[in-house]
Design a protein around this ligand. Structure first.
Ligand SMILES: [Zn+2]
Length: 266
C-alpha cells in the first residue's frame, strides 16, 4: 500500500502531526527529541504507548517479559493473532504501523525490568511510566528514577477493576512511592514473578478495558503536561469509576523516606 503524503505541512512538522500545531507548549522538534520508557505493556501500558506515540514522542522504550494470553483479549490493544507473543515486541510492531515507522524509534526489551540495567536506560530518558501490577518492579523503577533524578508516572488499579490512580513523581519535588507507602516490601530481585500477589478470591485483578483506557488517557495527559511544561498537575489523582468520582491531591514528601529524603528541594 502506498504511503500517504507525509510532506511537511509547516516548516518542519510532518503532516501526520499537523493537527497538533497550535497546541500549547507542543512542537514537533521538542517531541521528536524526547524519550519515554514504559514498564509494562499490558492493558495499561498498551494504550499509554499508543497515545504517547501519537503525540510525536520520538523515542520509546517498551519493557515487558510477559506474553499475551487469551485472557488478555478483553483489554484494549490485544488481538487473537497476538496470543503467545511477547507484549513489548508486539506493541513495538503495532506502534511502528501507526506512522510506518516514520517518526518514532522504538526499542522493545522482552525482559523483566528487574533483570536489566535499567539505570543506564533511564539516565537518557525524559520520563518513565510504570504500568505494571508488580510491586517489586514499581519500587525498583521508583528507586532508580529518584537516583537519576528522572520524572516518573505510576499507574495502577484496584483488584475490583473499578478504581485506580495515577501518581506523578518528580524527585526532590514530590513524594516518591516509598514516601507514602510504608507497607512496601523490601525489594526482592529474586522474586521475578510478574503475577501480582492477590488476596482476592478470584486470584486475578478484574481488568475492564474502559477502566484501563481511562487511566491510560489520564497518564498520557499528565505525561504531556509534564514533558511540554504545560502545567503543574497534582501528584496524585484517584478515580472511582463506579461512582464517577475524581479526586486530586498533592502528596507531601516524607522527610524520613529512605530513598528521597536526602534530595534537596530544587
Ligand atoms: Zn520518598
Amino acid at each position: 500500500m502506498a504511503l500517504p503524503n507525509f510532506s511537511s505541512s509547516s516548516d518542519s512538522t510532518p503532516r501526520e502531526f499537523s493537527r497538533l500545531i497550535g497546541l500549547k507548549g507542543w512542537s514537533y522538534e521538542k517531541a521528536r527529541e524526547m524519550k519515554v520508557i514504559i514498564v509494562g505493556c499490558g492493558g495499561l501500558g498498551n494504550p499509554i504507548a499508543r497515545l504517547i506515540t501519537r503525540l510525536g514522542i520520538g523515542n520509546l522504550v517498551l519493557i515487558d517479559n510477559d506474553i499475551v494470553e487469551i485472557e488478555n483479549l478483553n483489554r484494549d490493544g490485544f488481538e487473537v493473532c497476538d496470543i503467545g507473543k511477547n507484549k513489548a515486541e508486539i506493541l513495538k510492531r503495532k506502534l511502528e504501523k501507526i506512522f510506518e515507522n516514520h517518526s518514532v524509534r522504538i526499542e522493545a526489551i522482552p525482559k523483566n525490568v528487574l533483570e536489566i540495567d535499567l539505570q543506564e536506560i533511564v539516565e537518557e530518558a525524559n520520563l518513565v511510566v510504570t504500568a505494571t501490577d508488580n510491586t517489586s518492579s514499581r519500587i525498583y523503577v521508583n528507586d532508580i528514577c529518584v537516583e537519576t533524578n528522572t520524572t516518573m508516572i505510576d499507574t495502577g488499579f484496584t483488584t475490583d477493576g473499578l478504581r485506580g490512580h495515577v501518581r506523578l513523581i518528580i524527585p526532590g519535588k514530590t513524594a516518591c512511592l516509598r514516601c507514602s507507602y510504608f507497607e512496601l516490601p523490601v525489594l526482592d530481585k529474586t522474586n521475578l514473578s510478574d503475577k501480582v500477589d492477590l488476596s482476592m478470591k478470584t486470584g486475578y485483578a478484574v481488568s475492564p478495558a474502559p477502566t484501563l483506557s481511562f487511566l491510560a488517557s489520564l497518564a498520557a495527559m499528565i505525561a504531556f503536561n509534564v514533558l511540554f511544561e504545560i502545567s503543574k498537575p497534582p501528584n496524585y489523582i484517584s478515580v472511582n469509576l463506579a461512582e464517577m468520582k475524581f479526586s486530586t491531591a498533592n502528596l507531601k514528601r516524607n522527610p524520613r523516606c529512605e530513598i528521597c529524603s536526602a534530595l534537596d528541594e530544587s
